[in-house]
Design a protein around this ligand. Sequence first.
Ligand SMILES: [Zn+2]
Length: 470
Amino acid sequence: MRRKTGFRKGAGFFARTAALTAVLLWGLFPPFSAEAAGRLQDPGEKLVVVIDPGHGGENLGTTENGHEEKSMTLTTALAMYQELSLYDGVEVYLTRSGDEDLTLEQRAAFAESVDADFLFSIHYNASVSHDLFGSEVWVSAFAPYNGYGFQFGNEILQDLRKKGLFLRGVKTRLGEKGTDYYGIIRCSVSRDIPAVIIEHCHVDEPGDAAFCDSEEKLREFGRMDATAVARYFGLKSSFLGVDYSDYPLAQAQDGLTVPVAVCDTTAPTECLIQLEDVDYSTGEMSVSVSASDPDSPLLYYAYSLDGGTTFEPREAWPGADALSGDTGGASFTLELTIPSGERPVLVVRAYNQYDRYAESNVWESSSVFWYREDEETEDVLAPAIGSESREEGEKGETQDASLAPGENPEPEGDGSAGNGGRLPAILAFCLAVLFALFVLLLLLGWMGRIRSMGRRQRRKEPGEKTNQRR
Ligand SMILES: [Zn+2]
């Protein structure tokens, strides 16, 4: 079933009048303007938007982390449909509103049948390594659709960043035949319909999963998508009281006539690491990491302490900005704490916007890191009655232990006992008082019960007792 809306449903007389006024005004003042705010796309007199909930039917999409992408995309798409329908002069359609299995050709053909000005395909992501995170928008590699996709992608990604998501950028990808790799984009563009894929976040990465773990969060994504579409086309909504007709869209970078989404098929050219500082008595070390890529920004890094055999999960490259257009190179200082007993062989990978990486040179520690790791833990867990007496006790203990000055870990221990140790001590003291009260109450209750049992016994055997006394 396909759904269509011209104006808000369930409206009363007022809304109908408003709708009629909007229709009349439509001819005089179109609700969007291509020239204003550097808008590249001019949809003409009528604006038709098609929302495509990705997957459906047998095609489940990703099922990682207990999710089913086909239903997530539908929830988001329905909310997007509702929200976008609140704007003036826009016809909104869904490629599916139920659990249907549609081919990419069918979706694009439907968009063509309603004379769509844009198709927005709604998706959620997952990665093989389960450590990728962030939002991205895939667009056509070809003009003018590339520029349209970039201007829209820039809008939705700004919103997703404000929400706290990491950005993977507005991207393009080519297939073997040199056409757009993603079918929904390829099939739409071949019908002269701009199309984008919005990958909202990764369902299988703990950080991102928190953004999509409820129906309401999925609907929120949909409303966000609709607002980005409204800004992209410069729409107004008398119902919402907003007007984006002069909203400025992203403009071209230096030397280009239109803003473009990049396509990078190569790895960063190099990644270098250099030791800045190391402290074998605490395990702390800092290493400068630098990498360069002339084609796309650096987005992630991952490090290995075993010479590249295993890597820690990917982390955001500090200061990464997939929308800045900054290419060339970047560097940061990596702070690590090496576990005691280990001799690290450090290797770092620098990932670009297309998840391609360059591996660094190897930094091999000349000796094993060996230090007392458990000192702080012992301090926190030490039984304490009062913080003052505890400090004294500890000093005494250390003196008794008579460690050689070099081996004495006390300076560290002292610091944490004085500062970090006070709060646990107070807590422990409060707990001890509570426990004592509890025991006291138990005792009182117990004594009370014994006494009342005694009284009951006396009541039961009055004769005997009197007899005995007598
Ligand atoms: Zn998908």
